[in-house]
Design a protein around this ligand. Structure first.
Ligand code: FAD
Length: 295
């Protein structure tokens, strides 16, 4: 099923992101974890893709397994950084033949020393346009409530986001954010730019202090004082930090639902336990419609 059809129902959804194994040695472990997440029947799942090809060959088998075995719609992430038109066409053919209907069209991070000027696909909008012409896929794009780290300003980033949507995005998914006020401001600005496709909010439970540095450097998302001031006292207590991180994410989602934002995409970090804990708390309060399956 296409994600655009699911979002068009305009009901609260809790969809889940997973990542594929980096090597064949960990394939089984990841397959089992992603199956446990699929078994709770989230609205849909997405499977990330290694930019430049790292681990990317495992995205399709993991995505196909979820869709075929559990009947959960999936989004296959796809990056175009450094790819030729032939590479992308071949990948889309494989996805299409495997029955995948949804793709998150991404540029990917530019490896050090490489020059986008030499590439056919310089921006995600070029990939969106290519997939639109290819046909058949429901296309998602990434967006950044705090602005993409390369963007000169949020305003400029939103102008390019509008272009990406105009090229054919059916929905957008945000970078993870930890301060809902940032998302609310971004949403208003996106609407004012005429961006009117559904936006799903990316939420990641932060269950270890070690994640702080990685999150700030990789995603550019700031750790708000509201999180930092509480989390620091759990630095030596991993169990308490995990509990705090799951509760913080649950509160963030509850606040988004209460503000009328219905589409939440949870970064599961391949932990079925975390997804089930958060999903159960939310379903108890907001109704079991969040997951169509059992919790
Ligand atoms: P773009 O939309 O091309 O934007 C990148 C930068 O270029 C921005 O600063 C933008 O303002 C600017 N820009 C866009 N269009 C133009 C233009 N026409 N002219 C000039 N500047 C322009 N990475 C992975 O490797 N694998 C994944 O599976 C993955 N999944 C992700 C999922 C989500 C929800 C998000 C938010 C990110 C994900 N990423 C993933 C990370 C992503 O690849 C990086 O953030 C990357 O640096 C940008 O990709 P993009 O698709 O947003 O690029």
């Amino acid at each position: 099923m296409k994600v655009s059809e699911i979002l068009a129902r305009n009901k609260k959804t809790l969809s889940i992101e997973v990542f594929p194994p980096k090597t064949s040695d960990s394939f089984e472990k990841v397959r089992v974890a992603t199956e446990s997440i699929a078994a709770i029947a989230p609205a849909y799942m997405s499977v990330t893709y290694g930019a430049g090809g790292t681990g990317s060959k495992f995205t399709l088998p993991i995505a196909e397994n979820i869709e075929k075995k559990y009947n959960v719609p999936v989004i296959h992430h796809l990056t175009c950084v450094g790819s030729s038109v032939e590479n992308i066409k071949e990948r889309l053919d494989l996805m299409h033949n495997a029955g995948i209907e949804n793709v998150l069209a991404l540029r990917g991070d530019i490896p050090d020393g490489e020059k986008p000027a030499d590439w056919h696909f310089k921006h995600a909008s070029d990939l969106v346009s290519y997939i639109k012409d290819y046909g058949d896929f429901c296309i998602g794009g990434a967006c950044y409530p705090e602005g993409h780290p390369e963007a000169a300003s949020i305003d400029e980033d939103l102008d390019f986001l509008k272009l990406k949507v105009d090229m054919g995005c059916d929905f957008l998914t945000t970078q993870l954010f930890l301060d809902n006020a940032v998302f609310y401001r971004f949403y208003e600005k996106a609407l004012a730019k005429g961006i009117n496709v559904p936006i799903t909010a990316g939420i990641m439970p932060i269950t270890s202090i070690k994640q702080f540095g990685r999150i700030e450097s990789l995603s550019g998302s700031a750790i708000p004082d509201t999180m930092r001031c509480c989390a620091e006292k759990y630095a030596d207590d991993p169990v308490a930090m995990r509990r705090f991180g799951l509760d913080f994410a649950t509160l963030q989602i509850a606040d988004l639902y209460n503000h009328g934002f219905k589409f939440i995409h949870l970064h599961s970090m391949n932990s079925p336990e975390a997804a089930i804990e958060i999903g159960t708390s939310l379903s108890n309060y907001f109704g079991a419609e969040l997951f169509s399956g059992k919790l």
